[in-house]
Design a protein around this ligand. Structure first.
Ligand SMILES: [Zn+2]
Ligand SMILES: [Zn+2]
Length: 220
């Protein structure tokens, strides 16, 4: 199945990064955490980003992912190692590091998006470790929710979600070539193309999320 392959690929890439980036003494812990998310593409992408973009001087295992805030499809996560806590802002398509918890300030736009009047209020709310909600597979792997973009079964994926099935070839919409063929271009380079693609997709009829599309290799 397509999604299984996607998950396996992602997992292997992260294992490689881990192998070279994390000291031997921490590898087991890092692997354990990684494999607890083996069926969760969203979490894998976050972990992948973490190991790919972590400052090089700090080769540390990721120990825990907490959800500080979630609004619509945007998450503010806390990626914790033994000694550091990194803020990470992400939607289903991309994530960015937003600094370290307790050091510096969050972007005011981010604060107001999550309804915080200021940094002090935010810091006070998230100071206590026991109040932080751990991100778990269970929290995100309920059958009725797309494991990657988080929409309910029966709803359209957020465009760009890797789980979305292509209505033209029934492959993976963000991997097959249909989007280029439909637009007659080699790459999607501007907003106008995306709009055009969206229109073509709607006319063809996009395929809503269905739990049958869920990755399955872990439940075997
Ligand atoms: Zn989706
Ligand atoms: Zn296609």
């Amino acid at each position: 199945m397509l999604n299984d392959e996607l998950l396996k690929e992602e997992l292997q890439e992260i294992e490689l990064l881990l192998h070279y980036g994390v000291p031997e003494t921490e590898q087991e812990a890092a692997m354990d955490l990684l494999h607890s998310f083996a069926a969760d593409l969203f979490a894998l992408r976050v972990i992948h980003d973490f190991y790919r973009t972590l400052p090089e001087a700090r080769e540390e295992a990721l120990r825990k992912i907490s959800v500080l805030e979630r609004k619509e499809q945007v998450y503010l996560l806390l990626l914790s190692t033994e000694r550091h806590h990194y803020l990470y802002l992400t939607n289903t398509e991309e994530g960015t590091f937003a600094g370290e918890l307790g050091k510096g300030k969050l972007d005011p736009q981010v604060l107001s998006f999550f309804n915080y009047p200021d940094m002090e209020t935010f810091a006070a709310r998230h100071r206590a470790e026991e109040d932080r909600q751990e991100y778990t597979v269970l929290a995100n792997a309920r059958e009725e929710v797309c494991p990657s973009c988080g929409v309910q079964a029966g709803s359209l994926h957020i465009l760009g979600c890797p789980v979305e099935v292509c209505p033209w070839c029934e492959g993976q919409l963000n991997h097959c070539n249909c989007r280029f063929e439909q637009l007659g271009v080699d790459e999607l380079s501007d907003e106008q193309m995306f709009t055009e693609l969206e229109e073509k997709l709607s006319r063809k009829g996009r395929i809503a999320y269905d739990k049958e599309q869920r990755p399955s290799f872990l439940s075997e």
